[in-house]
Design a protein around this ligand. Sequence first.
Ligand SMILES: [Zn+2]
Length: 324
Amino acid sequence: MTEARVVQTVTGRVAPGALGRTLIHEHVLVGFPGWNLDALAPRFVRAEAMGRAVDQMHELRGLGVGTFVDPCPMDLGRDVEFLAELAQKSGMQIVCTTGAYFEAEGITHTFRHLPLEEIAAIYIKEITEGIGDTGIRAGAVKIATGAHAISGYERKLVQAGARAARETGVPLISHTQEASCGHEQIDLVTGEGVPAGRLVVGHSDGIDDHAYHRSLAERGAFVGFDRFGIALIVSDEVRVENVLKLARAGFTRNILLSHDSISCWQGRPVPFANRHEDVLAMLPDWRPTTILKKIVPQLRAGGLGDDDIATMLVDNPRRLFTEA
Ligand SMILES: [Zn+2]
C-alpha cells in the first residue's frame, strides 16, 4: 500500500487522507456530442450554471462531503476550467478524469483512427501534464463500454485507459451500459497489469442481481452503486437492498456509493426531457444529496453501523486512489 500517493484534484494535489467523504461518480456539466449544434435547446448560460453548481457544492459541504469526483468523459462536454473555478468558489475538492465515452454515445471518429499506444499517450499526458494548456490534471481514467458487448473501439480505449492507469498509478472509473460487461472490463484492465482493486465497475446497481454484484466484488473490484435517484432504471429500494446484501456477504470494502447526478446540462438533457427542471420533476431524488439525506438512514435501518457507512463513503474512495 502506498499511502504516500497523492490525489490530483482540479486545484492541485491533496493527501489521500484529506479526501474525506467522497462521492465517486457525479457530474457538474454534461453535454452530449453535438449539443452545441442544437439551436432549439435551452441556451447554456455559464454564469447561471456556475451559480447553481456553487450552491450545490455548498449544500454538499454542509453534509460533510469533502470530495466530488466528476468522471466526465473528455467527449461529453468536459470543461475542467469550469470545474477549477467551481472548486475555488465553493471549497469543494473536485477530481476530473481523462478517457472517452462508449462508442454509441461518444465522439468516435478521431480515436477510431488512432492506435492504442497514442490514445494511452494522450491519457498519460492529461494525467501528468494537464488537459490542453490548462495545467489542470486528470486524477483518474474514465473507461466506458456499451450494452452486453464490447466493440473493438471500446476495447482499444479500455486497454489504453488501463495502460495509462498502470503508468501513472491513477484509478479507473467505468461506465457500464445496462449493468453489463463488468467482468469483461475487469478482464481487460487486469490483462494490462492493473489490479482489479484499481477499478470501479460503474453503474452496477442498474440490475437487481446480487450474484452479479458479488461476483465483481469477489474479483476484488469496486462495485459502483452510483446511480441513486435514477428510479427509471431500478428503484432506490432495490439499490439499498442490494447494498445490504453485498455488505452482509462481507464485501463492504468493495462498495462505492454515488448518484451519477448532473448539476447542469449543456443542451437538452435526455431524449425524454428538454429542460433540466423536467428531469428533476421526473426523478426528484436524482441529486447528489440523496445518499446522505435519505439513503444512509435506510442503510442504518437495514443494520449497517456508522463504521460501515464510513467504510463506503470515506475509506473505500481513499483506498481506490491509493492502494497499489
Ligand atoms: Zn456518469
